[in-house]
Design a binder for this molecule. Structure first.
Ligand SMILES: [Fe+2]
Ligand SMILES: [Fe+2]
Length: 440
């Protein structure tokens, strides 16, 4: 087929679309434009189906590129792309109704909810086939939301298992770890797949059940560190359960009573170890970690022990995870540190509280801008760090506010390295009155 026929068809389509905007249907100019289109459509399907494609702003008839300076070509390419149409195929039996309907639908304002193929079908234009662009970003966002829901469900199940476990110990003194091990394995599997998503979970918190959230978040941070250290899976699951139960001794105290809470502070390691000594399992790691997680490498901390006592490496790892979660969680008596401030504090703590080598490793795994940091970018937009990026200074950011400070309805993710925007500063979530975990 000659280019002429295709170009006439494009010109007629574009003119008819313009006429739809300018004139009422009874207007002679509108009727003239439609008549031209109908004859152009008839001519182009004489030899069989006619397909018009658009790719990167250029129109193609089949695989042949059409001159972009032809009348209407530029406008049509733009209109098709705006409607996410990749190709239009007109069948030989295309009718006047089909042609008019195509023009009417392409004259509609493009929107996320307008699907050209569905709209044509709804209006009975049966001899036109549309191929739509697949919006990769939308597909990715959908998948991300699905996984996020799954991850949150896992977190909630763990909360409920811990709730039951706590109540059981308070009632009978017997620990029953039950389902917890299996859920820890589930979280571990997700961590291997997408560590950033699991780190995002650890930003969750609640004033009411702060101890339960603290246990799970400490577990997540301990697993991140254990994974960075290269501990094999079996060891990680033991580390995870131990981290989850590190503060279990607190269940023996009424934490709403200030006197008991103060006692719990120093006694919970011993009480916890005592409770966990009743576990039927062979693995003694949870007991050791509960007992040792407040012992500093330099002999400080508690409970007291003889000189030369060496703590289990898992206890030292849980101590770091525990500290990081406490630093980044707001307490009734004070503000939370932002993740970057907490990282600096951890490094300071290596002087007397924490294992130096393991802390450095943990800090390395969190990165310069840890997941959960709210950042202002060079184009003035604001978002939350949701994963590491191409390099330490360019993490992946989920935008929350655009460059004019307007909250985005559907969050967009940005590889800051790819779009060459930098981070200007870290913003305190309190100053924006946002809850970070809502955005991760
Ligand atoms: Fe503790
Ligand atoms: Fe703790």
């Amino acid at each position: 087929m000659e280019d002429r026929i295709a170009l006439e068809m494009i010109g007629a389509l574009s003119a008819a679309r313009k006429a739809t905007h300018l004139y009422p249907p009874a207007h002679p100019k509108y009727r003239e434009a439609v008549a031209d289109l109908v004859s152009a459509v008839r001519e182009c399907v004489v030899e069989g189906p006619f397909t018009l494609n658009v790719h990167l702003g250029r129109l193609y008839q089949g695989s042949r590129v059409l001159p972009s300076d032809a009348p209407g070509a530029h406008a049509m390419a733009e209109a098709l792309e705006a409607h996410r149409v990749e190709s239009i195929t007109l069948e030989p039996d295309a009718s006047e109704h089909d042609a008019i309907t195509l023009v009417e639908v392409l004259a509609m304002r493009p929107s996320a909810t307008l699907e050209v193929a569905a709209e044509l079908a709804r209006r009975g234009a049966s001899a036109i086939t549309i191929a739509e662009f697949i919006d990769e970003d939308a597909v990715d966002a959908e998948e991300r939301d699905r996984l996020r829901e799954q991850d949150r469900a896992l977190y909630k199940r763990l909360l409920s298992v811990l709730r039951t476990l706590t109540a059981k110990i308070q009632e009978t003194g017997e620990p029953n770890v039950g389902e917890a091990g299996a859920i820890v394995e589930g979280i571990l599997a997700r961590l291997m797949d997408d560590g950033a998503a699991v780190l995002g979970l650890a930003t969750m918190n609640s004033q009411n059940e702060s101890n339960l959230f603290h246990s799970i978040n400490t577990m997540i941070y301990a697993l991140i560190l254990g994974n960075e250290l290269g501990i094999p899976e079996e060891g990680l699951s033991s580390l995870g359960v131990a981290a989850l139960l590190h503060d279990i001794g607190k269940v023996a105290f009424d934490m709403s009573d200030p006197i008991q809470a103060e006692q719990a502070r120093f006694l919970h390691p011993k009480v916890g170890a005592d409770i966990l000594s009743r576990l039927p399992e062979q693995d003694r790691t949870p007991l050791l970690v509960a007992y040792e997680h407040h012992m500093a490498p330099n002999g400080a901390g508690f409970p007291e022990r003889e000189d030369g006592y060496v703590t289990h490496p898992y206890s030292r790892m849980v101590a770091i995870a525990d500290r990081y979660d406490r630093l980044t969680t707001a307490k009734p008596e004070g503000f939370a540190l932002t993740p970057d401030q907490a990282v600096i504090q951890l490094l300071r703590d290596t002087a007397n509280l924490l294992d130096q080598t393991l802390t450095r490793l943990f800090v390395k795994s969190l990165g310069v801008f840890p997941v959960g940091c709210i950042v202002r970018l060079t184009d003035h937009s604001v978002g939350v760090v949701c994963a590491s990026g191409a390099d330490a200074l360019h993490p992946r950011v989920r935008l929350m506010y655009d460059d004019e400070g307007i909250a985005l309805e559907s969050p967009r993710e940005l590889e800051t390295a790819e779009v060459e925007v930098g981070i200007v500063e870290i913003v305190n979530p309190d100053s924006l009155a946002v809850t970070v975990s809502d955005h991760l």
